[in-house]
Design a protein around this ligand. Structure first.
Ligand code: SF4
Ligand SMILES: [Zn+2]
Length: 333
């Protein structure tokens, strides 16, 4: 059997113990739900705007802006000045001005399609297009809204994509569907907020207090041998995960603690279920409904009313709280 892509990523790239806390026990930190929701809602609204933009006949700022506003009706985290309705609209206008020419050779083949890969794992493909300068080409785009430690879109942000297995999965899926795929473009926009005026190291200009955005695109490709290897390694990780479950053993991967939402538990030497009472003071448990057999849990709190909710968008990074303030950081180029 194979686990879902997000579970394999959590286990293999982050931490087996974090996977156990998140998937088996269903622990989520209290209080950051709304912060996560905020980043998720903002990201979704940006995706909606991109979807409308690439479907609109004339690369329409008006239609994209309307879609963004409709998808982002309320600010969930009032303390986040980087991601607001106003900064979203500002970013859209800047995006369109910047990419209108470059994107004019794009012939859109499809947007926002939910795909099932060879192992029945869900994936959403944001945009597939043909570059008219290269007739017959098939290129995937994945839109990303970036904040926190990655907001400068520096090499640290791009580097992991070079060997991320998710890139192989997207490309493999698209080759199956279209008969070819010439690569995947990560189309990133980052949102920051300067809390004090800062001198730009390169231009020596004074950058004012306020919100800023940065854009970046990079293309990645995989040959069939790499795709095969990545799939093999997904299967190997899945086997490893099964062994973990069989023996109920979930090793800590301490290199990942800095960014982990379970750090409070691990640094205090607490362990589930021995320290259940202490842990539940700061964490709650989500509903364990197994939705369509993927073993991905419903994201609502145990005992919720109404329908179960499964998150199709990638989950927010295993979070980060201390990282979302831009504090005294200046531009670091
Ligand atoms: S705090 Fe560290 S060891 Fe604990 S779950 Fe998170 S990454 Fe794993
Ligand atoms: Zn539920």
């Amino acid at each position: 059997m194979k686990y879902s892509n997000s579970q394999i990523d959590l286990y293999s790239n982050k931490c087996p113990l974090a996977w156990h806390y998140q998937r088996h026990i269903g622990l989520r930190k209290r209080g950051i739900g709304s912060i996560n929701d905020h980043h998720l809602a903002f990201g979704k609204a940006w995706h909606k705007a991109m979807e409308v933009l690439y479907l609109s006949p004339d690369y329409s700022l008006r239609l994209a802006s309307e879609a963004f506003i409709a998808a982002y009706p309320a600010q969930l985290d009032p303390s986040d000045h980087a991601k607001t309705e106003a900064t979203g609209l500002e970013a859209l206008a800047a995006y369109i001005a910047r990419y209108r020419d470059e994107d004019s050779s794009m012939h859109v083949l499809c947007v926002e399609t939910l795909e099932q890969d060879a192992d029945d794992s869900d994936m959403v493909i944001d945009l597939v297009y043909e570059d008219l300068r290269y007739p017959g080409s098939v290129i995937i785009v994945d839109h990303k809204t970036v904040g926190g430690r990655n907001k400068y879109l520096s090499a640290d942000y791009w580097e992991p994509w070079a060997d991320a297995s998710v890139v192989s999965r997207y490309i493999a899926q698209t080759r199956q569907k279209f008969g070819r795929c010439d690569g995947l473009v990560i189309n990133a926009v980052s949102f920051g907020y300067r809390t004090k005026a800062t001198k730009d190291k390169k231009t020596k200009k004074l950058l004012p207090i306020g919100s800023w955005q940065r854009f970046g695109r990079q293309a990645f490709n995989r040959d069939n041998a790499q795709i095969h290897l990545d799939r093999q390694s997904d299967l190997a990780w899945s086997a490893q995960m099964q062994i973990s479950e069989l023996f109920d053993m979930y090793p800590q991967r301490k290199s990942q603690c800095r960014w982990c939402t379970y750090r409070e538990i691990c640094t205090a030497g607490q362990e589930w279920p021995r320290s259940e009472e202490n842990i539940l003071a700061s964490y709650y448990i989500v509903c364990d409904a197994d939705i369509d057999g993927t073993r991905d849990r419903c994201v609502l709190e145990t005992g919720h009313e109404g329908e179960h909710l499964k998150q199709h968008l990638p989950e927010p990074e295993l979070v980060i709280v201390e990282d979302y303030d831009d504090e005294l950081e200046g531009e670091v180029e």
